[in-house]
Design a protein around this ligand. Sequence first.
Ligand SMILES: NC(=O)c1ccc[n+]([C@@H]2O[C@H](COP(=O)([O-])OP(=O)(O)OC[C@H]3O[C@@H](n4cnc5c(N)ncnc54)[C@H](OP(=O)(O)O)[C@@H]3O)[C@@H](O)[C@H]2O)c1
Length: 216
Amino acid sequence: MTRIAFIGGTGPEGLGLAMRFAKAGEEVFIGSRSEQRAAEAVAKVLEKVPSARVSGGLNAEACRAGEIVFVTVPYEAHKDTLASLAELIDDKILVDVAVPLQFGGHGVRALDVPEGSAAEQARALVPNAKVVSGFHHLDATLLQNVEKPMQGDVIVCSDHRAAKRTVMELAEKIEYLRAVDGGVLANSRYVEEWTALLLNINRIYKARTGVRIVGI
Ligand SMILES: NC(=O)c1ccc[n+]([C@@H]2O[C@H](COP(=O)([O-])OP(=O)(O)OC[C@H]3O[C@@H](n4cnc5c(N)ncnc54)[C@H](OP(=O)(O)O)[C@@H]3O)[C@@H](O)[C@H]2O)c1
């Protein structure tokens, strides 16, 4: 059994993933900058998943508690947050869900990241960690709607084969999702950028879209 911890787990995406993993029987820890917000998030998880094994606390505690640590903060907070927690994350598996996006009147666009992608930025900031990118295409509202199955694929990228395999197995604990090996971490830029396209399609169709790779 793996304890999955979330840095910035109080937002919709971290909460949604925590609920789904808790429903699958995994133990989860919600990290926050505020003990109170973490406690409120724990209550929300328990409300949706009464059997959840869930606790919460500060982000630093999440880094200590988690065997696998997810980072689910907005891209604007990604750099400073990871820099401040790098020593605590150390050589753990760090799952980066952050998407560098800019929202404007004409739609959503992917931001250029000097390192190539948010995930590669994470690798530069937390060099000991086994950085894995994934879960970008799972809509937070759908994730929190735990009574309904999810649809689609989770494309997972990493330079650490064993860590990637572990995270792919974890993704498939969420009912009906399929994990797809997206190759090396440098491919994360395409996965991240694709999220901007999905959000623009969501606006056009007033929908919550995901991704399914065909032909495998
Ligand atoms: N929402 C989605 O559907 C979705 C889907 C796929 C991927 N993502 C990605 O997942 C990440 C999280 O998404 P979200 O919608 O859950 O984000 P969010 O609600 O904007 O932020 C998540 C949490 O991050 C913490 N945070 C916010 N600003 C911060 C700052 N300046 N410094 C440190 N921590 C800060 C907050 O927790 P505390 O205040 O409790 O510390 C907040 O609850 C984003 O990078 C997003 O691109 C989102």
